[in-house]
Write a protein that binds this ligand. Structure first.
Ligand code: MSP
Length: 512
């Protein structure tokens, strides 16, 4: 059986879930559900990044012990993901004991191999990013993203990242799907044209105590990124002899797809991959960096700049399924995209209330009126019907191909195209007129429409699980089944077709 292992970044617990973290998580959930629909065995890992200075400071601000602060914040994440209908398999917390032990085992291993060494560090440190910068990397005395930095001199431990520079370049060049999209791959290769330094992977406890202790020097804790990145592998058994079969299955044989935002591409494509090389473990299959959700001023939507939209407010406005649909449909995966309530409402009204919703209400109403609420028979033997049957027959495989190449917005376009065609077909064949003179022809039109809806419901079910289950139910169908999305004529003539309330009521906002 084919397998699929997908991860999101582990989110910092100094903040509540926001539109950016919701975006990464919804997209991972959607991709994961698609792969499950295709019949694959899937694993979906998300979680929280709980160590480090940011978390320690956030806990201090609340006058709480760091662990209590983390436990509290984790509740927000779990609750938000539940509200957004996210079905993860593993909620990973970096403060879990098994992870701490596994991280220490990796540190010991690299220390013994000589890939970790001791040295005095002198340079610039950015607290909010928890990243060290060389003089050259600073821009106007600040981090490349404009954050404050401070001068630091201290003894530390270093990972020999530089040793793996060439092997990493080779790997990227030999594996075209390793870093996606292409623009991000070029960015990483560009970064690797400069000599790669070594990575400081320790923090003296005098400065930061909230972290995983370095096993060979108890006065230090591990750099939070060194700890957090390892989750993707420790989460499936890395450095845990009792879980070696799981590690073999998910890490070595399946290979992870890491979904991340483009702001954390270097830590993933460079730190993480060289760490794995040193640890002698295979690299992930793909690192996919998505773009940013932008605010009105075309800047990354974040608390520090301008207006931030709470994902749960949007959910309350349009419903969870419609919100998920917007994220998948309107944002070409990998690109930045604007976000506003009006954009969401506009898209929902066009695609769901009008296109899909009208097709359903028209066909269900007419079936109610002229066919006693029972599916009519579809003859399918005229050219117009044959054309639409042909299009419907191709849709499932087109969707699958686009999901597999991590292009979910394009996958949805195929379904939208099918629904458009079905609406046009209904318009042209006008069963509301035909019903009086040629019942069989009217029946054929309506049958064609509900079959298109059935196929669309299956193919959209990973994006809108609840609404599409409802739609299938109205068509007398049970669980979404991908094999049935490739077939025509599945709804038997005579099956009860329920009218129900509008599936996606049109949303009127004050601004409209
Ligand atoms: N803790 C690290 C990741 C460690 S992974 C081992 C981290 N956490 S985070 O809480 O800052 O999560 C950031 C995730 O949310 C990133 O993928 C980031 O790109 C995403 N977003 C944050 N704001 C965003 C937008 N406005 N738009 C889209 N995603 C952005 O980084």
């Amino acid at each position: 059986m084919k397998r699929f292992y997908i991860t999101t970044p582990l989110y910092y617990v100094n903040d509540k879930p926001h539109i950016g973290t919701a975006y990464s998580t919804v997209m991972a959930d959607v991709l994961n559900r698609y792969h499950r629909l295709f019949g694959e065995e899937t694993l979906f890992l998300t979680g929280t990044d709980e160590h480090g200075q940011k978390c320690q400071q956030a806990a201090e601000k609340r006058q709480m012990a760091p662990q209590a602060h983390c436990d509290d914040m984790v509740k927000n994440f779990k609750a938000a993901w539940q509200e957004l209908d996210i079905k993860y398999d593993i909620f990973f917390r970096t403060t879990d004991d098994f992870h701490k032990k596994a991280v220490q085992a990796v540190l010991d291993d690299l220390w013994q191999k000589g890939d970790i060494y001791e040295d005095t560090y002198e340079g610039w440190y950015c607290v909010s990013e928890e990243i060290f910068y060389t003089e050259k990397e600073l821009v106007d005395g600040k981090s490349p993203t404009g954050k404050e930095v401070q001068r630091i001199t201290e003894k530390n431990y270093f990972f020999k990242m530089s040793k793996y520079q060439q092997p990493l370049i080779d790997h990227i060049e030999q594996h075209p799907n390793f870093i996606k999209p292409e623009s991000r791959k070029n960015e990483v290769l560009g970064f690797l044209r400069q000599p790669l330094g070594d990575l400081c992977i320790s923090r003296p406890k005098t400065r930061l105590s909230w972290g995983i202790e370095i096993p060979f020097d108890r006065d230090y804790v591990t750099y939070v990124w060194f700890d957090a990145l390892l989750n993707y592998a420790t989460g499936v058994g890395f450095q845990q002899p009792a879980r070696s079969a799981e590690f073999q299955k998910w890490w070595k044989e399946t290979g992870a797809v890491h979904l991340i935002g483009k702001d954390i591409i270097t830590t993933h494509a460079v730190y993480w991959t060289t760490m794995l090389m040193a640890a002698g473990a295979p690299l992930p299959k793909t690192i996919f960096a998505h773009g940013w959700i932008l605010n009105k001023d075309n800047a990354k939507m974040s608390k520090s700049v301008g207006e931030v939209i709470n994902p749960l407010d949007i959910k309350s406005l349009v419903g969870v399924d419609a919100f998920r649909y917007f994220l998948v449909r309107d944002i070409h995966f990998g690109n930045d995209a604007p976000f506003s309530k009006d954009l969401v409402v506009g898209r929902i009204n066009t695609d769901l209330a009008n296109n899909l919703g009208n097709l359903l209400s028209r066909s269900a109403n007419l079936i109610g009126k002229y066919f006693d609420g029972k599916a009519p028979a579809g003859s399918g033997d005229d050219p117009a019907t044959r054309k639409i049957i042909h299009l419907a027959g191709e849709t499932a495989s087109k969707v699958q191909a686009d999901i597999e190449r991590l292009a979910p917005s394009y996958a949805l376009e195929h379904v939208v195209a099918l629904l458009n065609e079905a609406n046009r077909f209904l318009e042209e064949t006008a069963p509301w007129k035909k019903a009086k003179e040629d019942v069989a022809a009217a029946g054929n039109s309506l049958y064609t429409a509900i079959e298109c809806l059935r196929i669309a419901a299956i193919l959209l079910s990973p994006v809108m699980p609840t609404k599409m289950a409802d739609l299938l139910d109205r068509l007398g169908q049970s669980q979404p089944n991908f094999e049935l999305a490739k077939k025509w004529g599945v709804i038997p003539a005579g099956a009860a077709i329920a009218k129900g309330d509008p599936l996606f009521p049109r949303i009127e906002t004050a601004g409209e």
